[in-house]
Design a protein around this ligand. Structure first.
Ligand SMILES: CC(C)(COP(=O)(O)OP(=O)(O)OC[C@H]1O[C@@H](n2cnc3c(N)ncnc32)[C@H](O)[C@@H]1OP(=O)(O)O)[C@@H](O)C(=O)NCCC(=O)NCCS
Length: 177
């Protein structure tokens, strides 16, 4: 399969990262339903649990240039993908072609074990290859996990707070030390 990364979490669980495909509709829907209310809210800034058929079509059909989405899936001993454990997504800004919005969510039992950073590292590689240099993201001000993970893949060049959220812009060409 195209660019299938076979990886291991920091606590020894096997997973893979690959581009999302139309077949991933059920992974996506069930993955959102299994999220804790906290993770769902941090990702979607709402409590919604279901995606419409139209949304599922849109979210699983990416062009790899203006809309890039990766999934992480758990992999068993036989190498079979068993369940969706993460999604990272980029949308190019139509008015600023070297920039775009990103969002990510990792299934609760897999958080804190390196999956999020691995997904953003791969998303960054793909974005740079299509001339995207900057990401924008909106996170809750107290979402230290997200802020930490984003700042590991680039440098924060702008940060603006509104109410309880922070809008950050990250330069992907400046590698954090
Ligand atoms: C934010 C999120 C994507 C991070 O992914 P993850 O797989 O949990 O993160 P990783 O295990 O790869 O850790 C990446 C870095 O963040 C740090 N981190 C992880 N969880 C943390 C926490 N709760 N508090 C502080 N730092 C944390 C890790 O220590 C690591 O930094 P280090 O290498 O310097 O130790 C994940 O927690 C998540 O899905 N949260 C809910 C949805 C969300 O907040 N999305 C972001 C807004 S779109």
């Amino acid at each position: 399969m195209d660019s299938f990364l076979d990886l291991t979490t920091t606590d020894g669980r096997r997973f893979c990262i690959r581009p999302i495909q139309p077949d991933d509709r059920s992974h996506l829907q069930s993955g959102i339903q299994r999220l804790s209310p906290d993770s769902r809210y941090r990702r979607f800034h709402s409590a919604r649990r279901n995606l419409s058929e139209r949304e599922l079509d849109f979210l699983t059909c990416c062009d790899g240039t203006n809309h890039i989405a990766l999934v992480a899936t758990a992999v068993d001993n036989l190498g079979t993908e068993t369940e969706g454990i993460g999604v990272a997504r980029f949308f190019r800004d139509p008015t600023d072609h070297q920039s775009g919005e990103i969002a990510i969510v990792i299934a609760d039992p897999w958080q804190g074990s390196g999956v999020g950073l691995a997904m953003l590292t791969e998303l960054k590689r793909r974005c740079l290859s299509v001339d995207v240099h900057r990401w924008k993201a909106t996170v809750d001000s107290d979402n230290y996990a997200a802020i930490r993970t984003f700042t590991k893949v680039g440098q924060v060049i702008q940060s603006q707070s509104t109410d309880s959220r922070v809008h950050i812009e990250i330069d992907l060409k400046v590698q954090q030390t």
